[in-house]
Design a protein around this ligand. Structure first.
Ligand code: ZN
Length: 65
């Protein structure tokens, strides 16, 4: 059985470049993971491909009256 918890030596955190950890892969630590998330939420990354379809269908938003 292969050891999937082994961190690859050449795998580095894309945020700071430190060796990533299996716990926070593909990042090295929680702060880097959070920072990456913030970049996604902001304009740090350009997201290729079509945007998620947004259909404000009343059927999926049942009105409680
Ligand atoms: Zn990092």
């Amino acid at each position: 059985m292969s050891d999937t918890t082994t961190v690859r030596a050449n795998a580095k955190c894309p945020i700071c470049g430190k060796p990533r950890t299996a716990q926070h892969a593909p990042f090295c630590s929680k702060p880097c993971r959070d920072r990456d998330l913030l970049q996604w939420l902001g304009d740090g990354y350009a997201i290729p491909g079509p945007a998620a379809p947004q259909n404000p269908d009343p059927d999926i938003y049942p009105q409680d009256d």
